[in-house]
Design a protein around this ligand. Structure first.
Ligand code: PGA
Length: 259
């Protein structure tokens, strides 16, 4: 049985004061009831988040990591530095990094390797564009993204890797893949991972793309959707709490299944 995981991706948002107001609400420890929860603030706020979440059961991750461990790489942040700050996971290959910042498949693969080497859980993002889906290429695109990573990592070290299926057309658009569409792709990803000899049954596959408090429960009902990577809704405590509650199966009045 895979434990559900909900990860908040804050992207380029936050300030010391706003983060404190948000994270103080996490401190009652109830978000992570029976599930794993992590938040990924910008690098500059990681230490603040680690401090404020110390007793909450919520982990802290980064939004990117260098492919290099140390050396003359101006502007880079290494996995060892993230571990040193108290991070346990890192998002790698988010579509915004792929499309805007030159994170090609080989770069993403090297970053996954660097994360695994430092003991961080890489949350590897994969997903297709709208036109790729309409052309029937969604599975081919996702397979190529997975293939380049799987070719570089020792399958025996993959047990704590997480994959996030994030259809690009659903990110920040308010369009969500239907639970059935997501489930089909999650099964495809799991089978692909298994075809490389890795233990696909133990790897968690998250869905990401406009997850909110109203659609989370129906996504989590699908047996291969092991949690969510949440952007916009992770910046609002009540929304994020409701998504976590949906993942832990805890129904609080007004939270779930409003549809
Ligand atoms: P969104 O972002 O939930 O705002 O669509 C998800 C992501 O980009 O990880």
């Amino acid at each position: 049985m895979r434990r559900k995981l909900v990860v908040g991706n804050w992207k380029l948002h936050g300030s010391t004061a706003r983060n404190e107001a948000l994270l103080l609400q996490f401190q009652d420890g109830r978000l992570a009831d029976g599930i794993d929860v992590a938040v990924c603030p910008p690098f500059t706020y990681l230490q603040q988040a680690v401090g404020l979440l110390a007793e909450s059961g919520v982990s802290v991750g980064a939004q990117d990591v260098s492919a290099f461990h140390r050396g003359a790489y101006t502007g880079e942040i290494s996995g060892e530095m993230l571990v040193d700050l108290g991070c346990s996971c890192v998002i790698v290959g988010h579509s915004e990094r792929r499309s805007l910042f030159g994170d090609t498949d080989p770069v993403v693969a090297r970053k996954v390797v660097a994360a695994l080497e430092t003991g961080l859980t890489p949350i590897l993002c994969v997903g297709e564009t709208q036109s790729q889906r309409e052309s029937g290429l969604a599975e081919q695109v996702v397979a190529a993204q997975l293939e380049s990573v799987m070719a570089c990592v020792d399958v025996n070290r993959l047990d704590h890797m997480v994959v996030a299926y994030e259809p690009i057309w659903a990110i920040g658009t308010g369009l969500t893949a239907t639970p059935e569409q997501a489930q089909v792709m999650h099964v495809f990803i799991r089978r692909f991972i298994e075809s490389t000899g890795a233990d696909g049954q133990s790897i968690r596959i998250l869905y990401g793309g406009s997850v909110n408090s109203a659609n989370a429960a129906s996504l989590f009902d699908e047996c291969d959707i092991d949690g969510a990577l949440v952007g916009g809704a992770s910046l609002d405590f009540e929304s994020f709490r409701a998504i976590c509650a949906a993942a832990s199966g805890v129904v609080r009045q007004g939270d779930l299944r409003r549809v």
